[in-house]
Design a binder for this molecule. Sequence first.
Ligand SMILES: [Zn+2]
Length: 305
Amino acid sequence: MSNQPKRKAAKLGRNDPCHCGSGKKYKDCHLPLEQVERTEQMRLHQAQDTLLPRIIEAAQALPMQFPSALERFWQGKYQVEQLDELDTLEDRGAERFLTWFAFDLRQEDGRTLVEQLVADEAFELDPYERRLLQTWTTVRLRPYLIEMIKKGKGVIARDLLSDATYELADHKASRRLESGEVLVGHLVPVETPVGAEAPNYYLAGAAAQLTDDTAATLVAFAELHLADLRRTLPDAGWADLIKERSEIFNHFVTALPTEERDPTIFDRIISDGQIALKLTAASLAELLGRKPPDEEEEADSSPSS
Ligand SMILES: [Zn+2]
């Protein structure tokens, strides 16, 4: 490789003039501030390792809610007795379920477990874990497309519905994933590195790793559910869909074949979804604010006569 990666700045010596241009020595200006910042980030990063297991533990303390939650997440495929073996029955199935249970499922009071834990003073957390947990209340199960791999460093992921992009500082993910793949998982903000504008993210709740042509079908599948949601919430958008039924992304994942590729499965997922939600092509177009299918066809065909 001839192109050396650009360095942010040459390493400053303690007695060099500070990079901010104040004219003071680095050690008397920004160095101590940056050291504090780095320590903070390290602590936040460590908090991430301890916080997620604690959230999962809190979820496991609510077993009476598992039957209905399992039904919703797995569509009746698994029973409570199978929770212990779910990690082997489905790729990290128990972890995926419990993460969704904690981050997405609304409890009786309308809040998610994570939202409840933030407000619960009896839930003991160190200050770093608490800070992190506050930023985790908006995390939900979402679909992402892997846009770029930075080998050994991380990946850039794009939210398939909102189009926002995120940087995952997950070197393991960078080896496991491929560009163009679709992931369904929880993207959790961790620390914001010194000099960076946005936080780093990592993937929790084990995302399913799917193949290339999945993205378009997944969006179409999400559109079916958005259309259905608009029957009761006429102004619903993607954010509402995720708030109301993020479990559909798991339904999509579990409908895909794990062994051999089956190109017909994509059409089947969409047509089955349309039937299950009782959506005709016309009602779907109307609910999504699109032209009815016939008009669209006419518009597409060239004016031959
Ligand atoms: Zn300075």
